[in-house]
Design a protein around this ligand. Structure first.
Ligand code: GCU
Length: 456
């Protein structure tokens, strides 16, 4: 059973990567093919079950990202990208009053925004979740490039006394420099698991990896595997942490989706870091790319202990405005391949409701990170699907909340030329000239983070 599961996940991840435009054909075995087909059938059945709960009979179709001649081809024409230019105001309370002080933000408005995201977008993280016990599996002295490091392999065992059929073991590794004089800042990546032979995101030969760039600053890094917390497909919603809490039953429309579950697991990793003397737990940041960019942003927004975020190519469901018609749209995320990231309720906005009916938009998700620093990044060619401009507009529209809290916004509302680093405020933005990869923005993110992480 375990190997079967592993096969399904690794196959699903490789397929997702291919659909996101990442090359290198994985080898498929007939066994993988049939497992994948079963996973898709189960996913469609779960999606249909959620549609029935919502009383939805038809959904609008998503944008086609691969065929520009298709009738539903994704839009890349800026003149057609803003059908609903008016965004909900993060600084107006539900009762119509303007938020004029930091205190009203913290006491009232922030909670209203969280409630809307919980109910309609990402779902509610259940109260009283089972405890996680971190076990150190190994600690190894290693070299990463020229750096001597200690790498700890950890497993977070989730208490399943309430439902023994489901077991959740969270996979985490933590690497810190051997020569550190005290606790160090750590960047944690929410990471894809790649089948053997597939290693995207590698920087060009002779250039340091992101991990080596962090070590060069004297910082550490951690890698958490989100699919060890919650599977990355609808078929898996009756297992993982979501299934454990629901005792193997279907979700209800406002139950949490995978993004919230992954964010919960990231927070449990931070609980562990708070107990590890090698880590400065007040200086732990979170990074993720693509679907894990969405998850990293949700993590930052909901858990205020994370000090900084690097949100790479997060697109629809992440930093991109839902109200924009560019690249991927709400309808794609509401469809059976991606709805599991979100609350069931989110599907309503792909029929019968419209994007403009969403009570919140992603600028308010970024605003929930305030006053902490957040870096929104993306690429150029091959990364149009994430709607780079829509993410910039969201970052810009989060500015008033940062300013209210005494921090600096992006510094401009004008969409910058490629490779312009907007890193002078607490909201940072950069579009690199590569494709769908976080690699080229790492050095700039590290510059940005140095303002907050450098030892005094
Ligand atoms: C697809 C999906 C995106 C997602 C990406 C990924 O392209 O439409 O929303 O970010 O996969 O995570 O690889």
């Amino acid at each position: 059973m375990k190997t079967l599961k592993k096969l399904i996940w690794s196959y699903a991840v490789s397929m997702a990567f291919l659909s996101a435009g990442n090359a290198q054909q994985p080898r498929r075995t007939p066994e993988q093919d049939s497992l994948f087909a079963k996973m898709q059938r189960d996913t469609r059945a779960d999606h249909q079950q959620m549609l029935s709960q919502l009383g939805i009979t038809t959904l609008r179709q998503g944008a086609n990202g691969s065929d520009p001649k298709a009738p539903n081809a994704a839009n890349y024409d800026e003149s057609k990208a803003n059908p609903y230019p008016e965004l909900p105001d993060p600084l107006t309370l539900k009762n119509g009053k303007k938020v004029k002080s930091a205190q009203v933000w913290w006491d009232s408005r922030r909670a209203e925004i969280l409630e809307d995201f919980d109910q309609e977008v990402y779902g509610r993280t259940p109260a009283n979740l089972p405890k996680v016990k971190w076990e150190l599996m190994s600690a190894a002295l290693e070299k990463n490039g020229e750096f001597a490091v200690v790498t700890k392999k950890l497993i977070g065992r989730v208490d399943n006394a309430s439902f023994r059929d489901i077991k959740v073991d969270i996979q985490l590794t933590l690497t810190t420099p051997v020569e550190a004089k005290g606790p160090v800042p750590v960047m944690m990546e929410l990471s894809f698991v790649f089948p053997p032979g597939m290693r995207p995101q590698a920087p060009p030969a002779n250039e340091p990896t992101w991990q080596q760039q962090l070590l060069a600053k004297g910082w550490g890094y951690a890698v958490i595997i989100p699919t060890s917390i919650q599977a990355d497909n609808g078929a898996g919603l009756k297992s993982g942490i979501i299934g454990l809490v629901n005792k193997g039953n279907h979700r209800k429309p406002d139950d949490w989706g995978a993004l919230k579950a992954w964010a919960w697991g990231a927070s449990r990793a931070l609980d562990y870091f708070e107990t590890d003397p090698a880590v400065d737990a007040k200086k732990v940041g979170v990074e993720g790319h693509s679907r894990y960019g969405k998850a990293a942003l949700v993590t930052m927004a909901y858990d205020q202990r994370f000090a900084i975020g690097y949100i790479s190519s997060s697109g629809e469901g992440g930093a991109k405005l839902h109200r924009r018609n560019a690249g991927e749209i709400v309808e794609n995320v509401a469809a059976s391949g991606e709805y599991h990231w979100m609350a069931g309720n989110f599907i309503k906005y792909a029929g019968p409701l419209q994007w403009k009916d969403l009570p919140v938009d992603s600028h308010e998700l970024i605003a929930l990170c305030a006053p902490r620093p957040v870096f929104i990044g993306a690429g150029d060619k091959g990364d149009g699907w994430v709607d780079v401009k829509g993410m910039f507009m969201a970052a810009d529209a989060a500015g008033p909340v940062y300013r209210l809290l005494g921090k600096k916004d992006l510094g401009t509302s004008e969409f910058p030329a490629i490779e312009t680093s907007l890193i002078s405020g607490e909201i940072a933005f950069r579009q690199h000239k590569g494709g769908h990869t976080p690699a080229p923005n790492w050095p700039v993110f590290i510059d940005f983070a140095s303002r907050y992480f450098q030892a005094k």
